[in-house]
Design a protein around this ligand. Structure first.
Ligand SMILES: Cc1cc2nc3c(=O)[nH]c(=O)nc-3n(C[C@H](O)[C@H](O)[C@H](O)COP(=O)(O)OP(=O)(O)OC[C@H]3O[C@@H](n4cnc5c(N)ncnc54)[C@H](O)[C@@H]3O)c2cc1C
Length: 248
């Protein structure tokens, strides 16, 4: 097992493994992912795998539109089937407030070039989901290019592709401590029961911050440092499957 690396990513969820792959693709291959359990054992393994472009802020919508473009080519790029399916996403509005918000969302989404339909409950049953109970539904929005992918397959595909490019992915390797030389900010050590110390050669100061940011982003450790108020929101989505005739 490596004792040093230019870049250490803590957490083998979809973000950690994707980071390892994209860094390796950019030439940063002296990189190791440390995962305390198995791949996708955190939030990634519990998620619905939905890939939705229908967002209410421009930043999220632009990011999601770009993500869908990337997902369209990802199986080929990673040389693994990630089960990406563009079966559409139906978002249901039940209240006046939902309806007003959905109208704002649709106008933003269309201004970014996204094709989004506004549907009445009758439209939903006729065009999209005949079996859906639409009691209380005021309207819905539907984007046919939204979809889903398998979170386990996607994470494994990223990890395997990163390994092929030279990165290492170590499972059952929890990080127990992070030490930094605050004086010079030139080294950082990561401790785990199986690795006594992992030091990184730092070029200047910035990489230290990059490593820390990667660490915080990928493990949820950020909550230990900052308390960010999280609004609770109820949303009702239906993920679809395309109505292609079966191959017989
Ligand atoms: C119920 C649910 C449904 C969701 N549905 C969707 C959806 O439909 N679409 C969507 O886009 N998103 C969805 N999400 C959000 C999505 O799952 C997360 O945004 C995404 O999985 C985050 O990935 P991650 O790699 O950052 O975190 P994680 O997958 O949680 O990865 C963090 C990893 O770090 C490891 N780790 C933690 N501490 C240490 C340590 N000290 N040392 C080593 N390893 C450590 C953990 O074991 C874990 O594997 C959903 C989430 C949940 C919970």
């Amino acid at each position: 097992m490596r004792k040093t690396a230019d870049c250490v990513i803590v957490g083998g969820g979809v973000i950690g493994c994707a980071l390892a792959y994209y860094l390796a693709r950019e030439g940063i291959t002296d990189c190791v992912v440390l995962e305390s359990g198995y791949l996708a054992s955190g939030a990634t393994g519990r998620c619905g795998g939905g890939i939705r472009q229908q967002w209410s802020t421009e930043e999220n919508a632009r990011l999601a539109i770009e993500s869908v473009r990337a997902f369209g080519n990802l199986s080929r790029e990673l040389d693994a089937d990630i089960d990406f399916l563009q079966g559409g996403y139906l978002v249901l509005a039940y209240t006046d407030e939902d309806v007003r918000q959905f109208e704002r969302n649709v106008s933003l989404q269309r201004s970014l070039g996204l094709s989004v339909e506004v549907l009445s409950p009758e439209d939903i049953r006729r065009k999209i989901a005949p079996m859906l109970n639409t009691d209380g539904v005021r309207l819905a929005t539907h984007c046919a290019t939204d979809g889903s992918a398998n979170p386990f397959l996607t994470t494994k595909a990223y990890a395997d592709a990163a390994r092929r490019l030279g990165a290492a992915v170590e499972l059952y390797t929890p990080v127990t401590r992070v030490l930094a030389d605050r004086g010079s900010l030139r080294w950082l050590a990561i401790l785990s029961p199986t690795i006594t110390a992992m030091t990184m050669s730092m070029i200047g100061v910035a990489p230290t911050y990059i490593v820390l940011v990667i660490l915080l982003m990928t493990t949820g450790l950020s909550s230990a440092f900052w308390h960010v108020p999280m609004p609770v929101m109820i949303a009702r989505f239906v993920m679809g499957e395309s109505r292609q005739p079966p191959n017989v």
